[in-house]
Design a binder for this molecule. Structure first.
Ligand code: NAD
Length: 257
């Protein structure tokens, strides 16, 4: 399906390294013709992100801490300027303190509860608001990354589950607001994929093992599967799809037992 994104311009948030879901999505979109700007958080990963982004001829790699409104508006404005417009945004950002992904949810302190929601859910609202005028010109599209732990209790996922529930609801409200301008907003709900963020979830290997045992397809997914689903949602093939969650989890979400 080469060429679906020929001439399309996007902003990608959430690449930390080559294993990041955002990077798999970006590579897939680049293969299909897209040109993309990238954000990174923290100097520690800048060189990494720069090297990856430059390998697909990105015209802009810029810092963005999504907790800062100014960073969100600046990064989106810089991307639209560097690319000459904006057709899509990939939001693939989340954070919770490692100690809140191992013990009991009930022990989550107030500050870290709000931090997880701030980084993992409010960031979508801030970025969408900044991107709205640019996407409205192109009838663009936004995709974010979610997980079943926002709909069901998944041991250890804890406060991140609450953040994903907030993200899912935000995605639907954004779909309503922005749909008036022809902008679509959707989420991909991925099964476990070994990334930097996944490593901080205690019992991640158990999550993987349970999917392999109990999902209808009895196998893991990989980041390329998430990339293919994201590309579909961002493409014109999904022109009448908005406010939805597309599950890429070997069917695990369909099971009750
Ligand atoms: P990752 O660690 O590669 O990506 C997470 C990204 O969030 C990193 O690039 C990190 O820099 C960024 N980030 C964290 N705090 C930030 C801040 N304050 N400002 C800006 N960026 C910040 O891990 P990933 O697994 O690729 O995660 C991407 C998305 O996919 C997340 O939303 C995650 O919850 C979701 N997801 C992952 C899985 C999985 O199993 N890996 C499953 C379902 C959903």
């Amino acid at each position: 399906m080469k060429g679906r994104f020929e001439g399309k311009r996007g902003l990608v948030l959430g690449v930390a390294n080559k294993r990041s879901i955002a990077w798999s999505v970006a590579r897939r979109l680049a293969d299909e013709g897209a040109t993309m700007a990238f954000t990174f958080q923290g100097e520690r990963i800048e060189a990494n992100v720069r090297e990856l982004a430059e390998s697909i001829s990105s015209p802009l790699i810029t810092p963005c801490d999504v907790r800062q409104d100014e960073d969100c508006t600046r990064a989106v404005a810089e991307a639209a300027a560097a690319l000459g417009g904006l057709d899509f945004v990939v939001h693939s950002v989340a954070f919770a303190a490692a100690e809140d992904l191992e013990g009991r949810f009930i022990d989550t302190p107030r500050d870290r509860f709000w931090m997880a929601i701030d980084v993992s859910a409010y960031s979508l609202v801030a970025i969408a608001r900044a991107a709205e005028p640019h996407l409205a010109e192109t009838g663009g599209s936004i995709v974010t990354m979610t997980y079943l732990g926002g709909e069901r209790a998944v041991p250890h996922y804890n406060v991140m589950g609450v953040a994903k529930a907030t993200l899912d609801a935000s995605m639907r409200y954004l779909a309503w607001d922005l749909g008036a301008e022809g902008i679509r907003v959707n989420a991909v709900s991925a099964g476990p994929v070994r990334t930097l963020a996944a490593r901080s979830i205690a019992g991640f290997s158990t999550m993987e093992a349970i999917v392999a045992e109990r999902a209808p397809l009895r196998r893991h997914i990989d980041a390329e599967d998430v990339a293919a689903a994201s590309a579909y949602l961002l493409s014109a093939d999904a022109r009448n799809v908005s406010g939805t969650i597309l599950y890429v989890d070997s069917g695990y979400h369909a099971m009750g037992m």
